[in-house]
Design a protein around this ligand. Structure first.
Ligand code: PEP
Length: 257
């Protein structure tokens, strides 16, 4: 889509310690540098565990890698008595460009409500981080409310307090497609991504709707990435399991429409 640089984002979840991350990033950079596979029309971002970020920063800056990175979560708070939390200020100091917010695993396993997600989005923006805001319906939601009602409502709630000029990324991740091997069809993904863009248009205006990248996530693999990227409202992918397989992730990055 015109003006929206496709983004392929790898969410490592709770995998790869900082030593494994160093080896992985070095191999990934090598693989992506291969001159016979140009990927200049795609932005690549990885989301390692917090404890890996300092090592990733060192590698990316020392070797001037064209690789963005970010964290998988951020605290709603800047500092204080919040044991175990990591603030946006700390992430910004490590040159993180992005932060994933509202992943379904955080919503479900850590009881993150729409309100918490909205606060975290504001906290990320305050520190110059681009939120990768995850929305998506469960199989039960899909049956009860249809395909787009829940993701659109989650987006609307998360945008409370977001200025129209803010740089954000939205990731549509149907919960039933995450880690299940059962991806949405490209048509299903396109329909919800189009509804999300319409919501961006209503809430933030036409410019924001045209400029904001909307990713699809849920069992994306090398074999299906191109079919999603052909859809006009899908601007990239958030990749979980397949982002840990070097060959698979490299092939996803080098998708051809
Ligand atoms: C995810 O958890 O963000 C995800 C998309 O996982 P997977 O690719 O493994 O379905």
């Amino acid at each position: 889509p015109v003006g929206r640089l496709p983004l392929i984002a790898g969410n490592w979840k709770l995998n790869l310690d900082h030593l494994q991350a160093i080896a992985f990033v070095q191999k990934l950079a090598w693989s992506l540098k291969d001159a016979s596979h140009s990927y200049s029309d795609v932005e690549v971002a990885i989301f390692p565990p917090f404890t890996d970020l300092r090592s990733v920063q060192t590698l990316v800056s020392a070797d001037k890698l064209e690789l963005a990175y970010g964290a998988q979560d951020v605290s709603a708070h800047d500092s204080g008595a919040y044991t175990g939390e990591i603030s946006g200020a700390f992430l910004a100091k490590l040159d993180c460009a992005y932060v994933i917010i509202g992943h379904s695993e955080r919503r479900t396993l850590h009881n993150e409500t729409d309100e918490v997600v909205a606060t975290k989005v504001s906290a990320a923006l305050k520190h110059g981080l681009v939120p990768v805001l995850c929305v998506g319906e469960t199989a039960e939601d899909l049956e009860k409310f249809g395909p787009s009602a829940v993701p659109v409502a989650q987006l609307k709630a998360a945008l409370a307090g977001v200025p129209a000029t803010a740089n954000i990324v939205v990731a549509y991740e149907p919960v039933w497609a995450i880690g299940s091997g059962k991806a949405a069809t490209p048509e299903q993904a396109e329909a919800v991504c189009a509804a999300l863009r319409a919501e961006l248009n209503t809430t933030l205006g036409a410019d924001a709707a045209a400029a904001t990248r909307i990713l699809y996530g849920g069992s994306v693999k090398a074999a299906n990435i191109a079919s999603f990227m052909r859809e006009p409202n899908v601007d990239g992918a958030l990749v979980g399991g397949a982002s840990l397989d070097l060959d698979e992730f490299s092939a996803i990055v080098r998708y051809k429409k």
